[in-house]
Structure formats: structure tokens, C-alpha cells
Design a protein around this ligand. Structure first.
Ligand SMILES: [Zn+2]
Length: 314
């Protein structure tokens, strides 16, 4: 097998990972390319495995932002944080959120006066602005900015998909890609418990070098790559540290997906998990903030943001 980013032969196994929530009764390996550091989930999940992996409560429930409850308020903060990240890249003001899940970022941007649409193949959104594929967009529709919020790592054919997406850009349009960083400190110490690993849903695990190579193969040019200290950085570090001691991603699934672990766990295991969190959260929160800040300064944060454009304008 050759690396899809740099074509080097011989990626080597570095991790063995059980599937999230025990959804599949088998383990997966993560291979690493010796040339560019790209990680590859091996074997990639089959079609029927993918439908199991995305069929449960993977996507956040469809409750519009701002509708009561502290979880909803946290979601709203998160969407505002995302919006601030891309505001200056908006160009002509039209936005296409590619892999938009339940469409909440599309709706948030529309609420801020942006002409926004979304693409999501795996989720039937009730939003009229969300389509299943690029082919369902009006034929002449072009966008000033396309966003991929932790979507690229799910694609098994990123070059093909990014190429098709770039054809939907305005002249001078840009693509903003937020993606986990396999070369981060937290990927290193978290190993199979790294929050952003999420294999086998994540089929490719990017490093800065492999990301730039895949963009190049897609006809795109990297304008900037940043390692910001923000919600993604702190939360990823925090959840990775928690994962080393407690049930994997318990806090994240509870917050994002509203997963009710009382139904999924025995009473004893649930009580133990809550106690573990109560004990560790006060210590790990300040530690994660400090570590995430240092990681961002060192260019080794768990999530990286790329802004790119077409290498050759058509
Ligand atoms: Zn490679």
C-alpha cells in the first residue's frame, strides 16, 4: 500500500483501536506513513460498518441554537466561536458548509446575514438550505468560502472530493479546513485514547505535511496553517487527558450528542464514571488550558486550521 499523500511505500502499524462505543466487534489498526506522517485506518470501514458507525446518535440532535438549557447555550457559544474563526475569510459573503451534520452552523451563519448552504450525505436535515451532495446544488451556484469542520478526516477520497468542491468556489474563493493534527502532543501521549483519533470513523489522520500534500494533489494551494488556542484546542486536550482515566469521550458525547449514559451503563459503572469526572475535572481543566496554550505556540495543537485556494484560477 502506498501513502495517498506522498506515495511512499510501507506505512507501519502504530496503534490498535477498538471501535467507538463498541459498535463494531473488531479492532482497527492505525498505520503511519514514514514519509509524511499521514495516519491511515486499517482496514478502512466497509459500507455496512459505516452505516452502523453513523446510524446511532453520531450527529447532534436537531435542536436549533438558542433554545433553552445549558447544553444548548454551550452549543451556541461553540457556533459563535466557529463563526469568528471564518468571518474574515468570507469573501463574497456566500458560504458552503461541507459535511454540515444537522446544519446548525448553516442556520447560525444565516442568522448572521450570511447566504449559507450546507452539504451532508449522512444526515437528513430539516433545513431547506442543506443538500445531500454537491450535485443537488443549483448548477450555477458558487461560493466565496467553503468550510470543512472536522470533515476531511472522514473522507476516503479527499483528493476527489476537494477537487469537486473547489469547482464550486467563486473566483478568489477559499476553503477553510479544520482538521485533527496527528502530529500533535495530545495525539502522541493520548495514543488510542486521543480524543480526535475517532478511528474507524476517521479514515485518514493528517499531519501538517500530509495535509499540504493532499491539498496540492487536489489542485489547491495552502495560504495559511494555524494552530490556534481556542475551544477546540482546550477541549481536545481536556478530553484526551480525561480519556486516560475515565470512560472514553463521556463528557463530549454527553454534551454534543446528549447521550444518556444512565441508559447505556450499569448503575455502578455510571456512578464510578461520574465520580472519576468530579475528581479530575477541577485539576485537569487548568492543566489542559496551559498545555493547549503551549501546544498552540509550538505548532503542535490537536486541531489545525488550513485556509487554501485554487492553485490555478480557471
Ligand atoms: Zn506519506
Amino acid at each position: 500500500m502506498n501513502c495517498p499523500a506522498c506515495d511512499s511505500p510501507g506505512p507501519v502499524p502504530v496503534l490498535t483501536v477498538s471501535s467507538p462505543d463498541g459498535l463494531l466487534a473488531k479492532d482497527f489498526r492505525v498505520l503511519k506513513c514514514p514519509g509524511c506522517g499521514l495516519g491511515l485506518t486499517d482496514p478502512p470501514p466497509t459500507g455496512s460498518e459505516l452505516s452502523v458507525l453513523y446510524s446511532t446518535d453520531y450527529h447532534a440532535p436537531e435542536k436549533g441554537p438558542g433554545k433553552g438549557g445549558w447544553v444548548a447555550r454551550l452549543r451556541l457559544l461553540f457556533l459563535a466561536h466557529r463563526f469568528r474563526r471564518i468571518e474574515r475569510e468570507l469573501g463574497s459573503g456566500t458560504l458552503l458548509d461541507y459535511g454540515c451534520g444537522n446544519g446548525e452552523f448553516v442556520e447560525y451563519a444565516r442568522g448572521r446575514g450570511v447566504d449559507a448552504a450546507g452539504i451532508e450525505p449522512n444526515y437528513a436535515s430539516s433545513s431547506a438550505s442543506v443538500r445531500r451532495s454537491l450535485n443537488e446544488l443549483p448548477p450555477g451556484a458558487r461560493y466565496g468560502l467553503a468550510t470543512l469542520w472536522h470533515v476531511l478526516e472522514h473522507m476516503d477520497s479527499p483528493v476527489k472530493e476537494l477537487g469537486a468542491l473547489s469547482e464550486r468556489l467563486d473566483a478568489g474563493g477559499r476553503i477553510f479546513i479544520s482538521v485533527p493534527n496527528f502530529d500533535s502532543w495530545e495525539a502522541g501521549f493520548g495514543g488510542a485514547e486521543w480524543f480526535h483519533l475517532d478511528a474507524p470513523r476517521h479514515v485518514l489522520h493528517y499531519t501538517p505535511r500530509s495535509l499540504e500534500l493532499v491539498l496540492g494533489k487536489s489542485g489547491l494551494r495552502l495560504r495559511s496553517l494555524s494552530f490556534s488556542f481556542g475551544l477546540y484546542g482546550v477541549f481536545g486536550m481536556f478530553q484526551t487527558l480525561l480519556n486516560l482515566f475515565c470512560e472514553r469521550n463521556f463528557l463530549y458525547y454527553s454534551l454534543k450528542r446528549g447521550t444518556d449514559y444512565r441508559r447505556k451503563m450499569t448503575a455502578g459503572r455510571y456512578a464510578l464514571t461520574i465520580a472519576c469526572h468530579a475528581l479530575l475535572i477541577p485539576a485537569l481543566l487548568p492543566l489542559s488550558s496551559a498545555l493547549a496554550f503551549a501546544a498552540a505556540l509550538a505548532g503542535r495543537s490537536g486541531s489545525m486550521d488550513a485556509v487554501c485556494e485554487r492553485a490555478h484560477e480557471v
